[in-house]
Design a protein around this ligand. Structure first.
Ligand code: SIN
Ligand code: CO
Length: 375
């Protein structure tokens, strides 16, 4: 639970609307990774990282992976190292998300960790993401503007979407344990005071074009029904100019889109699968071959797995890392508890899940390797 924080007041006043500073939000300051370990990750070619520096007022962005020598050549100040997707590289960090369960998990994008030297930062900019900036070590001065009031961009700095100076509504020196929420399209600018570290919990919002891309992907796949999709102009009885785009064609297109919009099960399936796909797929544990759950004491979902579920009139569809597992409706409370990370005993599960879900569907998921087992 975050201190000094009321999630419902936050949602109605700030979420997607205005920035918000939560002082001393965390009584226990997260310490999942040291600056040295973060630098070590940035040497790995699989890890997405970048260094932004503004040495002698010359802004520069370098993309990882890096050679170890870069850190001794950078000097003592005016640079920052940013490493993405720590939720994958350091699954323990997912514990942090428990405090943010007032935002649906399907909105989550990744946890980024940054280390900065004195004066370091990425400069004044905006993102298309909602972000909670958690100060974990040292101090950073953060300035934040208002939403949808972006100053002109600064085109002179290549590789950085920098903004020109803006009027901050928040101008604060953040201390370890403080959290700052910044909505999308809102100018913000962090500058380290001495050495500091911060974690950014980023949330993405699906966009119209993502939906269209999912539909395109679906219709290109072999299992899509292609049977009734051709334009039919057997009604034609008079000559039109040969090059005219006729209103009937546009009406046909509108009708096709309306048919798709009515296909709720297709939309649920496409969104559930795509929003449960992690940026980097979380690998299940070694598969097991358990026939009977009675050998186990309790289970808990593997941290870092990306999951969501949809409740329709006759079933619950559970999506895990891009795949769908149907459960019976009565099992919903158990699904909700398990997916939110609660540890449940096998006897609790036996009572909460339907017979089929307990003995078949759950066993299947355990065998795939999606649960940590307590014997
Ligand atoms: C940082 O941690 O310095 C950058 C985070 C952000 O601006 O989104
Ligand atoms: Co930002």
């Amino acid at each position: 639970m975050l201190n000094n924080f009321n999630s419902e007041a936050f949602l109605s006043k700030h979420w997607q609307k205005s920035p918000c500073l939560i002082k001393n939000a965390l009584s226990q300051v997260p310490d999942f990774i040291s600056a040295e370990e973060l630098a070590g990750l940035a040497l790995d070619e699989e890890v997405e990282s970048r260094i932004v520096s503004s040495i002698d007022n010359q802004w520069q962005v370098q993309q990882g992976p890096f050679e170890e020598s870069i850190f001794s050549n950078l000097g003592e100040s005016q640079w920052t190292l940013l490493v993405q997707t720590l939720d994958f590289w350091l699954p323990e960090i997912n514990q942090l998300l428990q405090d943010f369960n007032f935002i649906p998990r399907w909105r989550f994008d990744d946890v980024m960790v940054s280390y900065a030297t004195d004066g370091g930062g990425v400069g004044p900019h905006y993102d298309n993401y909602d972000v909670f900036l958690i100060q974990t070590q040292g101090q950073r001065r953060w300035r934040v503007g208002t939403k949808d009031n972006l100053p002109p961009t600064n085109p002179l700095i290549e590789g950085l979407k920098h903004l020109q100076e803006f009027e901050p509504v928040i101008d604060v020196v953040m201390q370890p344990g403080d959290i700052l929420y910044v909505p999308p399209e809102t100018a913000h600018w962090g500058q380290s005071i001495g050495e500091s570290m911060g974690y950014s919990i980023g949330y993405r919002a699906p966009q119209q074009r993502d939906l269209l891309a999912l539909l395109a992907e679906h219709f290109e796949s072999s299992h899509a029904d292609q049977s009734h999709s051709f334009f039919d102009d057997s009604y034609r009885s008079r000559n039109n100019p040969a090059n005219l785009l006729e209103p009937e064609l546009i009406d046909w297109a509108k009708h096709q889109l309306a048919l798709l919009a009515k296909d709720e099960s297709l939309l649920v399936d496409l969104l559930g699968r795509s929003l449960s796909r992690s940026k980097i797929d979380c690998v299940p544990l070694e598969p097991t071959d358990c026939q009977s759950l009675s050998a186990y004491k309790s289970i808990k979902i593997l941290p870092g797995l990306n999951t969501n579920y949809f409740v329709s009139s006759d079933k619950v569809q559970v999506f895990i890392e891009g795949d769908c597992y149907p459960f019976e409706l009565a099992s919903e409370p158990a699904i909700s508890a398990l997916l939110s990370g609660q540890q449940l005993t096998i006897s609790e599960l036996k009572q909460m899940l339907t017979k089929v879900d307990f003995s078949l569907t759950l066993t299947n998921l355990i065998n795939i390797g999606y649960f940590l087992i307590n014997m």
